[in-house]
Design a protein around this ligand. Structure first.
Ligand SMILES: Nc1ncnc2c1ncn2[C@@H]1O[C@H](COP(=O)(O)OP(=O)(O)OP(=O)(O)O)[C@@H](O)[C@H]1O
Length: 229
């Protein structure tokens, strides 16, 4: 799926101007303010009304607000209603929910609980199960493990990688964390100030970064051993 000329601006000021190709799994990696979230919001047609966007794409399907696109947000603690049982927050049959719970390795007994009664890792599995319930062809993930502890983060990333391989959806994964990108995405685009400054196969870019900015992103992971995988 080729996204070309995705352009987002506000008051004539360009915030995002990117092109990229999602072959199977693509990470958009960049520092805070580099345009990661706006790129995802633009693809979901969720930009504030004050912004203008234009987009060209090829080989795509109902991309904008389409049924075949699912979204996994950053914070599972706020993604679900705290006052409604988990099972009531799915809009597919209970048999299908049980299948989805098996896919994300969750005990079906949790369906009768409320969100505050689940751990962060369990909540993010529920959110992933919800995203899968739409049978997506493209899954957009906005820092889906940032709110989790390092151990749970690795477990959830491994789950996402396994699901992507088994179910065959394409994945666009937004993160500031180079190691998370390396763990689950075959290709990477490095974003700076709303533009792609470096791209290619993830392992190649991580091992041979050309831009000083990319090196800084890689070194930031090494500086924090908790984030290392
Ligand atoms: N509503 C808005 N009005 C004006 N500028 C905005 C708005 N939202 C985002 N921006 C600007 O657009 C740029 C990209 O923001 P974006 O939220 O996409 O960054 P990001 O890479 O997701 O950062 P983070 O990792 O901190 O979430 C930033 O310069 C930001 O200040």
């Amino acid at each position: 799926m080729k996204i070309s000329k995705l352009h987002v601006s506000i008051n004539e000021k360009t915030l995002v101007d990117v092109s990229f190709n999602i072959n199977s799994s693509l990470a958009l990696v960049g520092q805070s303010g580099s345009g990661k979230s706006l790129t995802i919001k633009a693809l979901l047609n969720m930009l504030p009304s004050s912004m203008k966007m234009s987009l060209e794409y090829e080989n795509s399907f109902e991309l904008i607000a389409g049924k075949s696109v699912s979204f996994v947000p950053q914070n599972p603690f706020t993604a679900l209603s705290p006052l409604t049982k988990i099972k009531k927050q799915f809009f597919v049959s209970s048999k299908r929910v049980e299948e989805l719970f098996a896919q994300v390795d969750l005990d079906v007994e949790l369906l009768d609980r409320f969100a505050p009664e689940l751990s962060g890792g369990q909540l993010q599995r529920v959110v992933i199960a919800m995203a899968l319930s739409h049978e997506p062809k493209l899954m957009l993930l906005d820092e889906p493990t940032t709110a989790l502890d390092p151990k749970t983060r690795v477990v959830i990333l491994e789950l996402l990688k396994k699901l992507q391989k088994e179910l065959g959806f394409k994945m666009l994964f937004v993160t500031h964390d180079m190691n998370s990108a390396k763990m689950i995405c075959e290709e990477i685009c490095v974003l700076k100030d709303g533009r792609v400054v470096e791209s290619g196969e993830t392992l190649h870019v991580v091992e041979n970064p050309k831009q000083e900015y990319t090196k800084i992103l890689i070194d930031a992971n090494f500086a924090n051993r908790d984030f290392r995988i």
